[in-house]
Design a protein around this ligand. Structure first.
Ligand SMILES: Cc1cc2nc3c(=O)[nH]c(=O)nc-3n(C[C@H](O)[C@H](O)[C@H](O)COP(=O)(O)OP(=O)(O)OC[C@H]3O[C@@H](n4cnc5c(N)ncnc54)[C@H](O)[C@@H]3O)c2cc1C
Length: 444
């Protein structure tokens, strides 16, 4: 459909919801007509993917959305050069279904495979291998970009360094990404050699991270964000490598169950979450050790429950993902965890990881060297806002920043302090594109 139709759109966190007008192209040659009609109707536009961003970076209630998920074809796959060219609305799930059995994997993947290529590039996503592969933008060779005047540009780092860098991690504000050419990673099997190591506190986490980064391509930790005192920051450290032998078949996916509807918000309280975290930790201790596991189970454990965001009930949840620089990472992370555990408001989805030194190509890319902490907070209104404001202060003081893909409320001053390149970036924003997020953080 090339006309704008009313559509009810929610963010993944479910806190933000608004009536939108959206167009649903099925073919790339419909895009020029869509952007031109958006222009005529005076709508600033925003392309969106599978809406796995938590906050308002994918919302644009005053303008129009272009839902790109109908543009989901593989255009070309050059195995010799390891280059795959795909339409921007293709999901990682669909792409993996084709390339894994042919001996390739994504060079970088987030913790869910239900994202589109366009969305992943527009957020310059990172994965468990940031310390060796950096962000996905480092692996993008060419981008097709539809501007609001109906012109489709072909960008490379060499031909258009500024617009290319603004588009990677550019939150959809430089135009609609129509297709992407990506270098993929050769693998020998669809099996992962994984190891789980329980750790009792934050210092042990930092020792494990330092010891693992050279020998393991993938590292990440789950932490019990409600543990206190000597156990502050306890968790399970996971590290792994692609196995050299084993089946090349990825299996049929690991989604076992889909949440049919939102749970009552009361289910998410300090007692249920604390009980879950303790159980998970002690279970992890019992099952510690090495094992070979299927590739989806290693990369996408959260995908085993479809629409798990509904667990947070109708009030939804916020995610908070920060990164703080190496010089202060231990103190700042400790301070954040103390604040969270004292508040009793954290949830069971808390992740800690150290980023490596490989720089990201995007002007607004989130990753930088240091430690990243990501966790969900069930939305309890003012109480949650006050806690997140205290965490903001710790991150600001540490010279860190927050991840726009996960954010639905960071104050403009926080965004501007964390992303000093934002004014440079603003020069490359297409005036025919906008978002709720961008209006909120750039114009206050
Ligand atoms: C369970 C879970 C785990 C996650 N783990 C990670 C992780 O480990 N690392 C990480 O980096 N992120 C992670 N994320 C965040 C997720 O990877 C990003 O939000 C991703 O960008 C979502 O892709 P999407 O297709 O849903 O895009 P959307 O959420 O629909 O859109 C995201 C942004 O991209 C823009 N956009 C989308 N398509 C286009 C296009 N064709 N052209 C131009 N702009 C476009 C939108 O305007 C918006 O600004 C996770 C999210 C979830 C739900």
């Amino acid at each position: 459909m090339t006309r704008f139709e009313p559509a009810d759109v929610r963010s993944w966190g479910n806190v933000l919801q608004a009536e939108h007008h959206a167009a649903f192209p099925a073919w790339r040659d419909q895009l020029a007509r869509i952007v031109l009609s958006g222009r005529q109707e005076g709508r600033a536009l925003l392309a969106t993917g599978l809406r796995r961003s938590y906050g308002d970076s994918g919302l644009n209630p005053e303008g129009g959305l272009i839902d790109m998920t109908g543009l989901d074809r593989i255009i070309d796959f050059d195995r010799e050069r390891r280059l795959v060219r795909v339409e921007a609305g293709l999901s990682f799930d669909a792409l993996l279904g084709v390339i894994v059995r042919q001996g390739f994997f994504l060079p970088v993947t987030p913790g869910t495979r239900f994202v589109t290529m366009g969305g992943a590039v527009a957020n310059d996503v990172h994965g468990k291998n940031h310390h060796i592969n950096g962000t996905i933008g480092r692996w993008v060779r060419r981008i097709g970009l539809m501007r609001s005047n109906g012109e489709e540009l072909e960008l490379t780092l060499e031909s258009d360094p500024q617009l290319f860098s603004a588009t990677i991690g550019g939150l959809g504000l430089t135009g609609a990404i129509t297709w992407v050419e990506l270098e993929v990673l050769p693998i020998e099997s669809a099996v992962m050699e994984a190891e789980n190591i329980p750790f009792d506190n934050l210092d042990m986490f930092f020792s494990l991270a330092a010891e693992s980064d050279n020998a393991f391509d993938y590292t990440v930790s789950w932490i019990d964000c409600l543990a206190k005192g000597a156990s502050l920051g306890r968790g399970i450290f996971t590290r792994g490598n692609h196995a050299k032998t084993g089946s090349r078949l990825p299996g049929r996916g690991n989604t076992k169950f889909t949440m049919p509807l939102s749970l009552p918000s009361l289910c998410m309280n300090r007692y249920s979450i604390s009980a879950f975290n303790s159980l998970y930790f002690w279970n992890g201790k019992r099952k510690a050790g090495r094992q070979n596991i299927p590739i989806y189970q290693f990369f996408y454990p959260l995908d085993s429950i479809g629409r798990w965001n509904r667990m947070y009930g109708s009030k939804g949840m916020y995610q908070f993902q920060s990164v703080v620089p190496p010089a202060v990472e231990k103190d700042a992370t400790k301070e954040m965890l103390k604040t969270i555990s004292a508040s009793g408001q954290g949830s069971f989805l808390a992740v800690l990881k150290t980023f490596g030194a490989i720089s990201s190509p995007g002007m607004l890319s989130f990753p930088r060297p240091g430690t990243t902490l990501a966790l969900d907070f069930p939305n309890h209104g003012e109480t949650t806002s006050r806690l997140m404001a205290r965490l903001d202060d710790i991150v600001l003081e540490a010279g860190g920043r927050l991840y726009p893909a996960k954010d639905g409320r960071m104050p403009a001053r926080m965004f501007k302090a964390g992303y000093p390149a934002w004014q440079d970036f603003a020069k490359y924003v297409d005036s025919g594109f906008s978002s709720h997020f961008w209006k909120r953080v750039s114009q206050e």
